[in-house]
Ligand binder design. Structure first.
Ligand SMILES: C[S@@+](CC[C@H](N)C(=O)[O-])C[C@H]1O[C@@H](n2cnc3c(N)ncnc32)[C@H](O)[C@@H]1O
Length: 441
C-alpha cells in the first residue's frame, strides 16, 4: 500500500526507462507509489510522490532515478546566435539557472534535496546531510566545504545545431560557480547535475543512483540473463494472482521467473530448460534470491513439456534469438510445436506472454492468422500486415518461409486470443512482447 504523507513531503522525480518500457513505468509509479502528475516522454517518466525513497528505489521498470529540479519548455537559440557569444551564454544561463539569484537554486536544488535527506534519511544520496546547516528545521545554503560539481548535458534537435552539449555544460558551470561559489570537478564531483535539452523540453535533475546501483541492477540476481526490466514487464503482463502456477518453458538463468516471484509472493513457478549449464545458473540464481520454496526447475524440452494439459495459469517465455541466445535448434521451424505445447499446458483463461525477435514475431502472427482466418483470408492479411517486408534478408528469412508453409498442419493455436504486441529495446536489438489469453476455442 502506498503511504499517505503530507503535501510538504511530496518530491518530484524522474526515471529513465528503456525504449518501450515507459508505459510499464507509468503504470508502476501510479500503482506502487500513488504518483501524481505523471508525465511520459521518450525514455523518461516524470512523477511526484510522497512515498519513501526505499519504495521509489524499488521500482522495477526504471533504469535510473533522478531528483527533478526543473522541467520547462525548450530553450530557443537563433541559428544566427554564435554559441560562444555573450548573448547565447546569457540566454542559456537565464533559462537553466533561473532568474540568476542564489535563492532560485536554494529553493529548487537544495530545498528539494534536503527534504529528501530529512524525510527519508537518505544520507547516502548525492547530497550528504553534512552539506547543510539546519536552523529551525530549514536547510540553509551553508556548505562546510565548497561543493564540487559536474554538469552532464545531452543536447539534441534544432538547438544542437546552434550549441554543443559541452558549450552548455561550460556556460552553466560558469554560472553556477559564480552564483554559489561551487567548484567544477569533472573527475570526482560531489554533485552531478544532468541537463537534457531538445526541441520538446528542457530538463534538469540530480541522479540519485550514482552512489547506489542503477535501479535496473538487481541485487538478488547472481547471473543476469534477459534485461531485468523487460523480464519484469513480461511478468507484469501475465496476470499472475495468488495461487497461480506459472511456467517458463525456456527459462535460461531464470530471470523472468525470479522477477515474477519477487513481485507475486503467493504464486509458484516452474522453469524448464534443455541446457544443463543454464539450469545450473538458474538454480544458483533461485537460491541466491531465496526463492527455492516457490521456484522449481526441470530439465526438459519445450517441444514436449512433461506437464498435463490445462494445468498452468500463465506461460512466460523469452525465445532464443539474436547473437547472445542463438540456439542449435531451428527456432523458426520449432516455433509451431513450441507454441502448441504452451497452448496445451495453459488452462482456459490463462495468459501467454512471449518475447520474440521481429522476424519470429512476424512468423507467430502469420501462424495465428492461418489458424484463425484460413488460407484465403490469410493471403490478404499477409499483404495488409506487410508480412513480406518484415522478413529481413537474414538466415531467419529462409527458415521462416519454409516453416510457414510446412507448419499449417502443425498449428492448433485457435484458442489463443491476441491481446497486445509491444516493442521493447533489448540494447542492440529490439524484441516484441506478445500477449495472448487462452479461450474456449
Ligand atoms: C533466450 S534464452 C532464455 C533467457 C532467459 N529468459 C534468461 O533470462 O536467462 C533461451 C533458452 O532456451 C533454452 N532452449 C533452447 N532450446 C530449448 C528447448 N527445445 N527446450 C527448452 N529450452 C530450450 C536455451 O538453453 C536458453 O537457455
Amino acid at each position: 500500500m502506498p503511504e499517505v504523507r503530507s503535501e510538504d513531503s511530496v518530491v518530484r522525480y524522474y526515471c529513465t526507462a528503456g525504449n518501450g518500457m515507459e508505459p510499464f513505468l507509468v503504470d508502476e509509479v501510479k500503482r506502487k507509489l500513488a504518483a501524481q502528475d505523471v508525465y511520459q516522454i521518450p525514455g523518461k517518466v516524470l512523477f511526484s510522490s510522497s512515498a519513501t525513497i526505499r519504495r521509489v528505489c524499488d521500482l522495477k521498470a526504471a533504469e535510473r532515478l533522478f531528483l527533478l529540479l526543473k522541467q520547462d519548455s525548450p530553450v530557443r537559440l537563433s541559428t544566427h546566435t554564435s554559441p560562444g557569444t555573450t548573448k547565447a551564454a546569457s540566454v542559456l544561463q537565464s533559462r537553466l539557472l533561473g532568474d540568476g539569484t542564489q535563492m532560485t537554486w536554494e529553493k529548487t536544488l537544495l530545498w528539494e534535496a534536503w527534504r529528501m535527506v530529512r524525510m527519508h534519511r537518505f544520507v547516502k544520496s548525492q547530497l550528504q546531510s553534512d552539506d547543510f546547516w539546519v536552523m529551525r528545521n530549514k536547510p540553509y545554503l551553508l556548505f562546510f566545504s565548497p561543493v564540487s560539481f559536474r554538469i552532464n548535458c545531452k543536447c539534441s534537435g534544432k538547438l544542437h545545431r546552434c550549441v554543443s552539449a559541452q558549450e552548455v555544460s561550460r556556460v552553466m558551470g560558469i554560472g553556477l560557480s559564480r552564483l554559489l561559489g561551487w567548484k567544477a570537478d569533472l573527475k570526482n564531483p560531489k554533485l552531478e547535475i544532468n541537463v537534457y535539452l531538445n526541441d520538446d523540453y528542457c530538463l534538469l535533475g540530480i541522479p540519485l543512483t550514482r552512489l547506489l546501483l542503477p535501479l535496473a541492477n538487481r541485487s538478488y540476481l547472481k547471473t543476469p540473463g534477459l534485461r531485468s526490466t523487460v523480464a519484469w514487464a513480461m511478468a507484469s503482463l501475465a496476470l499472475i494472482e495468488p495461487g497461480s502456477c506459472v511456467v517458463d518453458p525456456m527459462c535460461g538463468v531464470g530471470t523472468i521467473l525470479i522477477e515474477a516471484a519477487k513481485e507475486h509472493k503467493a504464486a509458484c513457478f516452474l522453469g524448464v530448460d534443455i541446457d544443463d549449464g543454464q539450469l545450473q545458473k538458474a538454480d544458483e540464481n533461485v537460491v541466491f534470491a531465496e526463492l527455492q520454496s516457490r521456484v522449481h526447475l526441470l530439465k526438459a524440452s519445450s517441444t514436449a513439456l512433461p506437464l498435463p494439459s490445462a494445468s498452468v495459469d500463465a506461460v512466460v517465455c523469452d525465445l532464443p534469438f539474436g547473437r547472445k541466445f542463438s540456439t542449435r535448434i531451428n527456432m523458426a521451424e520449432n516455433l509451431p510445436v513450441i507454441l502448441s505445447e504452451m497452448e496445451r499446458v495453459l488452462r482456459v483463461g490463462g495468459t501467454l506472454v512471449v518475447l520474440l525477435s521481429p522476424q519470429l514475431s512476424c512468423l507467430l502472427k502469420k501462424l495465428l492468422l492461418q489458424t484463425n482466418c484460413g488460407p484465403k483470408r490469410n493471403a490478404e492479411a499477409e499483404s495488409q500486415t506487410g508480412m513480406k517486408s518484415c522478413l529481413a534478408s537474414s538466415s531467419e528469412q529462409h527458415n521462416l518461409q519454409i516453416t510457414s508453409s510446412s507448419s499449417q498442419e502443425a498449428s492448433t493455436f485457435s484458442s489463443l486470443r491476441h491481446q497486445a504486441t509491444l516493442r521493447v529495446s533489448l540494447g542492440v536489438i529490439d524484441g516484441l512482447i506478445h500477449k495472448y489469453i487462452k479461450t474456449l476455442d
